[in-house]
Design a protein around this ligand. Structure first.
Ligand SMILES: [Cu+2]
Length: 284
């Protein structure tokens, strides 16, 4: 090795040390900003495909509907020792309420075919199932009975410490009403949905067709002989969450009206929207 080469190596070595030091400095300087753990869910008729791994802490779940029917991603947490087999048996046995060892845990709200939506949720480690309870448009059989159930685990480590996204729209769900702003601005919206009621609630968000109000939409949906599909598109929201919980839907809002609906049923089987749990937000 010539002295020249030797010197070059020292220079290169020095450069590596210098840039590594720089990288460390940058990493330390940006330690406050942690990205949430990203998971993708693709819904088809009638299955879920989960991409990525759930971990304890903040998960950002993107649900894409690649099917021909409306789908949602209701997450249910199972107590230790219970499996999806137990849960399927409990569902098959009937009953309007969940077994006491199963708990609503939110999830991305309903999306129509071709739509995609993102949800931010803080999750604890454990066993879960992802389900779609939406009835088939042809025969009324819930999609879960056609195979739309996927078990998954939320790993205890690593814990994702990303902060929940700062919300610019707040929706509160009660028994049986929504409290929401009458209007907000177009663009990216982080919609924090909190269950302030005494039972599980959801917010399904529907982009209303031009000139259509949520009352028009409800009327079309409840018509005995519908003239066609209801006049709007499901664009996401937050699936059933327990009392006191909050999850955040991230949506891009366009000018026009958005309807809010809760399809959960009370003890008598009456859907909450029929008891007044409907709302509308107008986008300027
Ligand atoms: Cu409700």
């Amino acid at each position: 090795m010539s002295p020249h080469q030797h010197r070059l190596r020292r220079v290169l070595f020095g450069l590596v040390v210098a840039t590594t030091g720089l990288a460390l400095t940058v990493a330390c300087g940006s330690v406050k900003k942690v990205d949430p753990n990203a998971v993708t869910v693709t819904a088809t008729d009638f299955a879920f495909a989960v991409g990525g791994t759930f971990t304890a802490g903040t998960n950002e779940i993107t649900l894409t509907n690649s099917g021909q029917q409306t789908h949602h991603g209701q997450i249910i947490r199972l107590d230790d020792g219970k499996t999806m087999v137990d849960f399927a048996a409990a569902l098959a046995a009937g009953g309007e309420t969940l077994p006491e060892w199963a708990h609503f845990a939110g999830g991305p709200g309903a999306v129509d075919p071709g739509q995609s939506t993102t949800l931010s949720a803080s999750m604890e480690a454990g066993s879960y199932v992802l389900l779609c309870f939406i009835p088939d448009i042809a025969d009324g059989v819930p999609h879960v009975a056609k195979g739309m159930a996927a078990p998954f685990t939320v790993a205890a480590e690593p814990v994702n410490k990303a902060e929940a996204p700062a919300s610019n729209v707040k929706i509160s769900g009660g028994d049986y009403l929504f409290e929401a702003p009458a209007q907000t601005k177009a663009g990216k919206a982080t919609i924090a949905f909190k269950n302030d009621g005494a039972e599980a609630h959801e917010v399904a968000i529907v982009k209303l067709n031009e000139g259509v109000s949520i009352q028009d939409y409800l009327g079309a949906m409840m018509a005995e002989t519908p003239a066609g599909p209801p006049p709007g598109v499901f664009v996401g929201g937050v699936q059933g969450i327990p009392v006191g919980a909050t999850q955040t839907a991230v949506l891009t809002l366009e000018k026009g009206g958005y309807g809010l609906l809760c399809f959960f049923a009370n003890a008598e089987g009456v859907p909450h929207f029929a008891l007044g749990m409907v709302g509308q937000i107008n986008i300027e």
